[in-house]
Write a protein that binds this ligand. Sequence first.
Ligand SMILES: Cc1cc2nc3c(=O)[nH]c(=O)nc-3n(C[C@H](O)[C@H](O)[C@H](O)COP(=O)(O)OP(=O)(O)OC[C@H]3O[C@@H](n4cnc5c(N)ncnc54)[C@H](O)[C@@H]3O)c2cc1C
Length: 224
Amino acid sequence: MDLGARMRVAVVGGGWAGLAAAVELLAAGVEVVVHEAARRLGGRARSVVMHGQRLDNGQHILSGAYGETLRLMQQVGADPARLLHRVPLALCFPGAASERPFALRLPRLPAPWHLAVGLFSARGASLGEKLAALRCLRRWQGTGYRLAADCSLAALLDRDRQFGALRRFLWEPLCLAALNTPAADASAQVFLNVLRDTVGGARAASDLLLPAVELDALFAQPAA
Ligand SMILES: Cc1cc2nc3c(=O)[nH]c(=O)nc-3n(C[C@H](O)[C@H](O)[C@H](O)COP(=O)(O)OP(=O)(O)OC[C@H]3O[C@@H](n4cnc5c(N)ncnc54)[C@H](O)[C@@H]3O)c2cc1C
């Protein structure tokens, strides 16, 4: 269908979502105008000038599961392999003096071995906790990461008997990082969607992608 012959579209907002829409519309031959209220494109993921220095407005970490983001970057000529550092998922908590430090790193092994070996070799969690976490992951995987009825992540972890170090240092921090919401308030279903797409997917999907350039150069500038 030739959309371009019939349409002229205004996109309101030049953050990553608005720019993604504009890029896709342009690719479909549609004439697009992006209206952005700020002086710069990029929205919440952009560089800012402070005291004459260009800085990112916050730390931004992408994950290997951001398939559409990586595809869009490529579409506008921003090479993810050059602009992002790819590192295996690692969670480290030095802990207070009275606590055992916690460290989990997923090795570069094919899925699901990366997860099994990573969990088993985690420091600061008991064997019982690791086995319980693996059983739980298998149960979630067995249902296609679908819950019959949604509840809070905290309620799901209680029901699935996820307590101790792995709850405190794995499930709860992952929830806070990915959903920006503590486990007591977060949707368990949304959290399971994140697990399905990251640690439940191919090994590369759980990698962390760290910007090697300023945020503007990742997408907003090339999209513009
Ligand atoms: C400090 C910080 C750290 C973050 N870290 C991460 C991270 O590590 N990993 C991750 O995946 N995400 C992270 N995020 C979230 C991520 O930045 C956002 O989810 C994403 O940038 C949202 O993009 P968006 O286009 O949906 O919205 P926005 O970026 O909010 O863009 C909306 C745009 O619309 C414009 N606008 C609004 N109203 C109008 C109007 N009426 N007319 C014209 N323009 C308008 C705004 O000025 C803005 O530029 C972080 C966010 C922040 C703030």
